[in-house]
Design a protein around this ligand. Structure first.
Ligand code: FE2
Length: 375
């Protein structure tokens, strides 16, 4: 069951203030086409670009934006470049979950002093729009956290990038607002290691913990802890596989991603029915729970504002906690390897993660795993 941890005492100071997620960067095989997919299918707008035309000869990066969500897609132009090697090993995947901070120099020093492994020391980038300072530390697998200090910058993304828009192509937003949480899959035995890493090195606290009794089906099981920074703008559920009768969805991910990495990114919307309707019409496929889910859902969660008919039609799930309820739905993996997927979430008071849907959801995932021959 949920073991909710009480909020930190007011006397405890948050030694690592984080304003929110600055960006999520994907290393991909073909950034131009990935950027097009995220514009057409998920309603992102092109914001900035860096590549050979701007004097950067090793790689290209497209910066996409939807409200507070910023995604970067980067591809190397040489097979020996580390971005190319990352994409070769992992497939298209998340390299960097970057945090927006007021002081990237301090954030680096404070976390490295507490045991973080450095990726790069603070670097100051400057142009006519001001300065951006970044530093970075390692986390699970080949994933990193970059600290981005951009409070004195007014240009597009950061120095080295140019504002970039195709005047003939303006995809409309689908109402995605911000990154709600970013979930990783870890190797067996790593969950507590990284829970301690986020607690001791970044000053996060554990919001909630799920064990294999909460998250298990006939075949598979997993364990999860949700780590959060002081203001809860960064929420990172960390999963590891648990003993089950067959290969868990976490193990399938680890096999195809070749190690630990980001499993899903939850994106928040204020109107999940409109958002999911738009995504579906633009070609995104979602996991489907059985019809029977809707026969009992209102008995379980009680009164909700939404009409059940469109929820049932779209396959949107509902769960309730002490503070309210939430609506959520999960896409199928958005690439050919069964790795990264998205959650669309609308919170109506609830601060939890949809525990009441775990069983129906994991059975839906298993049906997909079975189709892939991986169960
Ligand atoms: Fe989630």
């Amino acid at each position: 069951m949920d073991r909710l941890i009480h909020p930190v005492e007011a006397t405890q100071t948050d030694f690592l203030p984080i304003n929110g997620t600055d960006y999520v960067e994907f290393y991909v095989g073909n950034a131009k086409q990935a950027a097009h997919y995220y514009q057409t299918a998920l309603g992102f707008q092109m914001e900035a670009y860096r590549g050979p035309e701007t004097g950067h000869r090793e790689s290209v990066t497209y910066v996409l934006r939807q409200d507070k969500i910023r995604f970067l897609f980067t591809t190397a132009l040489d097979p020996d470049h580390f971005v190319a090697k990352h994409a070769h090993l992992h497939g298209d995947g998340v390299r960097d979950v970057a945090f927006w901070v007021d002081d990237a120099t301090y954030s680096f020093a404070a976390t490295v002093e507490r045991g973080a492994i450095p990726v790069h020391e603070p670097i100051t980038f400057q142009d006519e729009f001001g300065t951006v300072v970044t530093s970075a530390i390692r986390t699970y697998g080949d994933t990193i956290h970059t600290f981005v200090e951009r409070n004195h910058y007014t240009g597009p993304f950061m120095p080295g990038f140019v504002a970039y828009q195709n005047p003939h192509f303006a995809p409309t937003s689908i109402g995605l607002k911000y990154v709600d949480h970013v979930v990783c899959n870890l190797e067996l035995g790593e969950m507590n290691t990284y829970a301690q890493f986020y607690a001791n090195v970044l000053g996060f606290r554990q919001l909630v913990s799920f064990d294999d009794k909460d998250i298990s089906t006939e075949y598979t099981a997993l364990m999860s802890k949700v780590m959060s920074n002081g203001n809860e703008r960064i929420k990172l559920p960390i999963n590891e596989p648990a003993e089950g009768l067959k290969k868990s969805q976490i193990e399938e991910y680890l096999i195809f991603y070749k190690g630990a990495g980001v499993q899903h990114i939850a994106l928040a919307t204020d109107n999940i029915i409109e958002t999911v309707t738009a995504m579906r019409s633009r070609g995104i496929s979602f996991l489907q729970v059985p019809e029977a889910y809707y026969d009992e859902v209102l008995d379980r969660v009680g009164q909700i504002d939404e009409d059940i008919t469109p929820l049932r039609e779209l396959g949107i799930l509902v769960d309730r906690d002490d503070e309210g309820y939430l609506l959520q739905i999960f896409t199928k993996p958005v690439e050919d390897r069964p790795t990264v997927f998205y959650e669309i979430i609308q919170r109506k008071g609830a601060r939890s993660f949809g525990k009441g849907n775990f069983k129906a959801l994991f059975e839906a995932i298993e049906r997909e795993q079975s189709l892939r021959g991986n169960l």
